[in-house]
Design a protein around this ligand. Structure first.
Ligand code: ADP
Ligand code: ZN
Length: 218
Protein backbone atom coordinates (compact mmCIF):
# COMPACT_ATOMS: atom_id res chain seq x y z
CA UNK A 1 0.00 0.00 0.00
CA UNK A 2 0.94 3.59 -0.55
CA UNK A 3 -0.79 5.92 1.84
CA UNK A 4 -0.71 9.46 3.11
CA UNK A 5 -1.98 10.07 6.64
CA UNK A 6 -3.47 13.52 7.15
CA UNK A 7 -4.79 15.06 10.33
CA UNK A 8 -3.90 17.45 13.13
CA UNK A 9 -1.06 16.82 15.55
CA UNK A 10 -2.33 14.33 18.11
CA UNK A 11 -4.68 12.60 15.66
CA UNK A 12 -2.86 9.31 16.20
CA UNK A 13 -1.23 9.14 12.77
CA UNK A 14 2.12 7.94 14.08
CA UNK A 15 0.60 5.29 16.34
CA UNK A 16 -1.65 3.94 13.60
CA UNK A 17 1.20 4.07 11.05
CA UNK A 18 3.24 1.72 13.25
CA UNK A 19 0.34 -0.75 13.46
CA UNK A 20 -0.34 -0.56 9.73
CA UNK A 21 3.28 -0.95 8.69
CA UNK A 22 3.52 -4.13 10.78
CA UNK A 23 0.33 -5.63 9.40
CA UNK A 24 0.67 -4.62 5.76
CA UNK A 25 4.43 -4.65 5.18
CA UNK A 26 4.66 -1.01 4.25
CA UNK A 27 7.48 1.28 5.27
CA UNK A 28 6.56 3.87 7.90
CA UNK A 29 7.91 7.23 6.72
CA UNK A 30 7.54 9.84 9.47
CA UNK A 31 9.07 13.20 8.64
CA UNK A 32 8.90 14.21 12.32
CA UNK A 33 10.90 11.10 13.34
CA UNK A 34 13.39 11.56 10.49
CA UNK A 35 13.96 15.20 11.40
CA UNK A 36 14.42 14.39 15.09
CA UNK A 37 16.82 11.65 14.08
CA UNK A 38 18.75 14.04 11.82
CA UNK A 39 18.97 16.46 14.72
CA UNK A 40 20.29 13.78 17.05
CA UNK A 41 22.96 12.90 14.48
CA UNK A 42 23.68 16.61 13.97
CA UNK A 43 23.35 16.46 10.19
CA UNK A 44 22.97 19.69 8.24
CA UNK A 45 19.21 19.25 7.77
CA UNK A 46 18.80 18.36 11.44
CA UNK A 47 20.58 21.47 12.61
CA UNK A 48 18.61 23.63 10.18
CA UNK A 49 15.31 22.10 11.30
CA UNK A 50 15.86 22.49 15.04
CA UNK A 51 14.50 26.00 15.65
CA UNK A 52 11.45 25.52 13.47
CA UNK A 53 10.52 22.31 15.26
CA UNK A 54 10.96 23.81 18.69
CA UNK A 55 8.69 26.71 17.75
CA UNK A 56 6.07 24.37 16.27
CA UNK A 57 6.52 25.83 12.81
CA UNK A 58 7.02 24.01 9.54
CA UNK A 59 10.57 23.19 8.56
CA UNK A 60 11.35 24.67 5.08
CA UNK A 61 9.89 22.59 2.26
CA UNK A 62 13.21 21.92 0.47
CA UNK A 63 14.62 20.14 3.52
CA UNK A 64 11.60 17.95 4.14
CA UNK A 65 10.89 17.17 0.51
CA UNK A 66 14.47 16.06 -0.04
CA UNK A 67 14.38 13.72 2.96
CA UNK A 68 11.12 12.13 1.81
CA UNK A 69 12.12 11.81 -1.85
CA UNK A 70 15.32 10.05 -0.89
CA UNK A 71 13.53 7.72 1.48
CA UNK A 72 10.76 6.61 -0.86
CA UNK A 73 13.17 5.94 -3.71
CA UNK A 74 15.06 3.32 -1.70
CA UNK A 75 14.63 -0.40 -2.31
CA UNK A 76 12.80 -1.07 0.97
CA UNK A 77 10.05 1.37 -0.02
CA UNK A 78 9.21 -0.64 -3.13
CA UNK A 79 6.75 -2.85 -1.25
CA UNK A 80 4.82 0.25 -0.13
CA UNK A 81 4.93 3.11 2.34
CA UNK A 82 2.88 5.14 4.75
CA UNK A 83 3.63 8.85 4.75
CA UNK A 84 3.05 10.25 8.24
CA UNK A 85 3.46 14.01 8.54
CA UNK A 86 4.10 14.68 4.87
CA UNK A 87 2.89 16.50 2.84
CA UNK A 88 2.01 19.29 5.24
CA UNK A 89 1.22 22.08 2.77
CA UNK A 90 0.22 22.52 -0.85
CA UNK A 91 3.77 23.02 -2.08
CA UNK A 92 4.87 19.72 -0.54
CA UNK A 93 1.86 17.95 -2.03
CA UNK A 94 2.78 19.17 -5.50
CA UNK A 95 6.38 18.07 -4.98
CA UNK A 96 5.21 14.67 -3.82
CA UNK A 97 3.07 14.27 -6.94
CA UNK A 98 6.09 15.05 -9.07
CA UNK A 99 8.28 12.57 -7.22
CA UNK A 100 5.66 9.82 -7.48
CA UNK A 101 5.41 10.45 -11.20
CA UNK A 102 9.20 10.13 -11.51
CA UNK A 103 9.06 6.81 -9.71
CA UNK A 104 6.09 5.74 -11.84
CA UNK A 105 3.93 4.95 -8.85
CA UNK A 106 0.78 6.43 -7.33
CA UNK A 107 -0.97 6.74 -3.98
CA UNK A 108 -3.75 4.29 -3.08
CA UNK A 109 -5.43 6.53 -0.57
CA UNK A 110 -5.13 9.62 1.60
CA UNK A 111 -6.58 8.97 5.04
CA UNK A 112 -7.91 11.95 6.93
CA UNK A 113 -7.93 11.37 10.68
CA UNK A 114 -10.66 13.80 11.67
CA UNK A 115 -10.01 14.69 15.28
CA UNK A 116 -11.49 17.14 17.77
CA UNK A 117 -9.21 19.81 19.15
CA UNK A 118 -9.93 18.59 22.68
CA UNK A 119 -8.70 15.08 21.82
CA UNK A 120 -5.60 16.44 20.08
CA UNK A 121 -4.56 18.63 22.98
CA UNK A 122 -5.30 15.98 25.57
CA UNK A 123 -3.24 13.39 23.69
CA UNK A 124 -0.29 15.65 23.02
CA UNK A 125 0.05 16.95 26.57
CA UNK A 126 -0.04 13.39 27.92
CA UNK A 127 2.22 11.90 25.26
CA UNK A 128 5.52 10.35 26.29
CA UNK A 129 7.97 8.91 23.76
CA UNK A 130 10.64 6.24 23.95
CA UNK A 131 13.86 7.94 22.83
CA UNK A 132 15.21 4.61 21.63
CA UNK A 133 12.47 2.89 19.61
CA UNK A 134 10.18 5.88 19.08
CA UNK A 135 7.03 4.20 20.41
CA UNK A 136 4.45 6.57 21.86
CA UNK A 137 2.80 6.16 25.23
CA UNK A 138 0.22 8.28 27.02
CA UNK A 139 0.15 8.93 30.74
CA UNK A 140 -3.56 8.00 30.94
CA UNK A 141 -4.64 6.25 27.74
CA UNK A 142 -1.63 4.08 27.16
CA UNK A 143 0.69 4.04 30.17
CA UNK A 144 3.84 1.88 30.09
CA UNK A 145 3.84 -1.24 32.26
CA UNK A 146 6.58 0.13 34.50
CA UNK A 147 6.58 3.68 35.72
CA UNK A 148 7.78 5.93 32.85
CA UNK A 149 9.90 3.20 31.21
CA UNK A 150 9.52 1.82 27.67
CA UNK A 151 8.00 -1.69 27.75
CA UNK A 152 10.49 -3.02 25.20
CA UNK A 153 13.64 -0.93 25.74
CA UNK A 154 13.38 -0.24 29.47
CA UNK A 155 14.70 3.31 29.00
CA UNK A 156 13.14 6.45 30.51
CA UNK A 157 10.38 7.99 28.35
CA UNK A 158 10.64 11.64 27.33
CA UNK A 159 8.15 14.47 27.10
CA UNK A 160 8.84 16.08 23.72
CA UNK A 161 9.70 19.77 23.91
CA UNK A 162 7.07 20.62 21.30
CA UNK A 163 4.41 18.76 23.29
CA UNK A 164 4.25 21.63 25.80
CA UNK A 165 0.98 23.62 25.83
CA UNK A 166 2.16 26.83 24.08
CA UNK A 167 3.84 24.95 21.25
CA UNK A 168 0.83 22.68 20.82
CA UNK A 169 -1.35 25.74 20.23
CA UNK A 170 1.06 26.96 17.59
CA UNK A 171 1.18 23.56 15.87
CA UNK A 172 -2.61 23.44 15.70
CA UNK A 173 -2.67 26.92 14.16
CA UNK A 174 -0.09 25.91 11.58
CA UNK A 175 -2.12 22.79 10.82
CA UNK A 176 -5.30 24.81 10.23
CA UNK A 177 -3.58 27.30 7.99
CA UNK A 178 -1.14 25.15 6.02
CA UNK A 179 -2.22 21.52 6.13
CA UNK A 180 -6.01 21.64 6.21
CA UNK A 181 -6.25 22.97 2.63
CA UNK A 182 -4.81 19.63 1.52
CA UNK A 183 -8.20 18.08 2.29
CA UNK A 184 -9.56 19.89 -0.77
CA UNK A 185 -6.50 19.04 -2.82
CA UNK A 186 -6.87 15.29 -2.24
CA UNK A 187 -10.62 15.30 -2.32
CA UNK A 188 -10.43 16.69 -5.84
CA UNK A 189 -8.15 13.85 -6.91
CA UNK A 190 -10.61 11.33 -5.40
CA UNK A 191 -8.07 9.89 -2.97
CA UNK A 192 -9.41 11.24 0.30
CA UNK A 193 -11.12 8.96 2.85
CA UNK A 194 -12.23 10.28 6.21
CA UNK A 195 -12.00 8.25 9.42
CA UNK A 196 -12.33 9.27 13.05
CA UNK A 197 -9.10 10.08 14.83
CA UNK A 198 -11.03 10.16 18.11
CA UNK A 199 -11.29 6.35 18.17
CA UNK A 200 -8.91 4.16 20.13
CA UNK A 201 -6.02 2.45 18.32
CA UNK A 202 -7.67 -0.97 17.85
CA UNK A 203 -11.04 0.48 16.92
CA UNK A 204 -9.57 2.60 14.18
CA UNK A 205 -7.36 -0.22 12.95
CA UNK A 206 -10.43 -2.46 12.46
CA UNK A 207 -12.17 0.26 10.48
CA UNK A 208 -9.11 0.71 8.31
CA UNK A 209 -8.82 -3.04 7.68
CA UNK A 210 -12.39 -3.05 6.38
CA UNK A 211 -11.80 0.00 4.26
CA UNK A 212 -8.70 -1.53 2.66
CA UNK A 213 -10.54 -4.77 2.00
CA UNK A 214 -13.45 -2.94 0.38
CA UNK A 215 -11.15 -0.90 -1.84
CA UNK A 216 -8.61 -3.60 -2.59
CA UNK A 217 -5.67 -1.89 -0.94
CA UNK A 218 -3.04 -4.38 0.21
P1 ADP B 1 2.97 16.13 14.94
O1 ADP B 1 2.37 15.53 13.71
O2 ADP B 1 2.48 15.48 16.19
O3 ADP B 1 2.92 17.63 14.97
P2 ADP B 1 5.62 15.44 13.96
O4 ADP B 1 6.52 14.59 14.73
O5 ADP B 1 5.00 14.92 12.72
O6 ADP B 1 4.50 15.87 15.00
O7 ADP B 1 6.35 16.81 13.57
C1 ADP B 1 7.07 17.55 14.50
C2 ADP B 1 7.65 18.80 13.83
O8 ADP B 1 8.52 18.44 12.75
C3 ADP B 1 6.62 19.74 13.20
O9 ADP B 1 6.04 20.61 14.13
C4 ADP B 1 7.50 20.47 12.14
O10 ADP B 1 8.30 21.46 12.73
C5 ADP B 1 8.42 19.36 11.67
N1 ADP B 1 7.88 18.67 10.47
C6 ADP B 1 7.48 17.38 10.39
N2 ADP B 1 7.02 17.09 9.16
C7 ADP B 1 7.13 18.23 8.43
C8 ADP B 1 6.81 18.59 7.10
N3 ADP B 1 6.26 17.72 6.24
N4 ADP B 1 7.07 19.86 6.71
C9 ADP B 1 7.60 20.75 7.53
N5 ADP B 1 7.91 20.49 8.81
C10 ADP B 1 7.68 19.24 9.27
ZN1 ZN C 1 11.46 1.74 23.35
Amino acid sequence: MRLVLLGPPGAGKGTQAVVLSKNYKALHVSTGDMLRDALKKKTKSGILAKDYMERGELVPDEIVTKIVSERISKADAKQGFILDGFPRNKNQAVDLDRELKNLEISLDMVLYFKTSELTSVERLTGRRVCPKCGINYHVKNRPPKNNNLCDTCNVILVHRNDDKVETIKKRLEVYDRETKPLLDYYSESGLLREVSGNLDVDGLFRILQNLFKKENVA
